[in-house]
Design a protein around this ligand. Structure first.
Ligand code: CIR
Length: 256
């Protein structure tokens, strides 16, 4: 169960966010704000307490708070984002996280290690970590060492095609996993009930489980049906403006 969620409103410079898909156009800031408000309502309907942080105009991608920390039931791990324009987003997050975790269980990924939360997928007390353009071997080494100190565990997953691990694979509890692209046949995930996301709806592999319900991006009918057929109550949330800068449902919050 999650009790808390932290989100941060998008800033007007969201139009300058990092993107691998410029052909989708630039995000519409006003629409992004409305979608963000609807995302918060969807989360609230799952019974969590939502902490809403004000927008930070210094960082175009700062609404994607997931990348700045990994919040576990035992400790908080502040990341060291590998994207230079995003690296200092963590500074504003630390005081917020200190409201929820005591100082003796807040840990830090330190240079030369880099790690972004989008590369971390929690399955109970085990954490899969994608080695990506943003998360390096040293960051993963530090991360797993921290987890082990708290009786948790972690393992590295190689990824080649997507930005972050959770761009392509997401755990929705009950041994169920949504897999797309390069993750469909990964031996790391052989033991799960895998639901294969069709290529044309790959973006929607990034769903989030929140207290028994699953948030699914709007306008991906095949994924919606897959998640419903798996037995979940679905809440659709439109993330069209975030998609334009490679962001999805998970990126927009820290759930703990
Ligand atoms: C970035 O490239 O960092 C942002 N434009 C998108 C971050 C998405 N975050 C995530 O997948 N956790």
């Amino acid at each position: 169960m999650f009790r808390n969620v932290i989100v941060k409103k998008p800033c007007s410079r969201i139009t300058e966010g990092i993107t691998s898909a410029p052909e989708l156009g630039k995000p519409d800031y006003e629409l992004a704000l409305r979608q963000h408000a609807a995302y918060i309502e969807a989360l609230k309907s799952c019974g969590v307490q939502v902490t809403v942080l004000e927008a930070d105009e210094n960082f175009p991608d700062s609404c994607f708070v997931e990348d700045t920390a990994v919040l576990t039931r035992k400790c908080a791990i502040i990341t060291n984002p590998g994207a230079p324009s995003r690296n200092r987003e963590v500074e504003a997050m630390i005081p917020v996280i200190r409201k929820f975790y005591s100082d003796d269980c807040i840990e830090y990924i330190k240079a030369p290690g880099t790690l972004e939360g989008g590369d971390v997928m929690m399955v109970g007390d085990h954490f899969y970590v994608g080695r990506s353009a943003r998360t390096n071997a040293e960051g993963i080494r530090q991360f797993i060492a921290i987890l082990e100190k708290y009786g948790l565990s972690g393992s590295e997953v190689e990824l080649k095609e997507v930005l972050h691990l959770k761009t392509g694979v997401n755990y929705i509890e009950n041994n169920n996993m949504l897999v797309s692209g390069e993750f469909i046949d990964k031996p790391d995930f052989a033991k799960y009930n895998k639901y294969v996301i069709p290529e044309e709806e790959a973006y929607a592999a990034n769903c989030i489980w929140v207290n028994g319900k699953v948030l699914v991006p709007a306008n991906f009918p095949k994924v919606e049906q897959i998640v419903r057929n798996a037995g979940y109550e679905v809440i659709l949330v439109d993330t069209s403006e975030y998609r334009k800068i490679d962001g999805g449902l998970s990126c927009l919050s820290l759930r703990f």
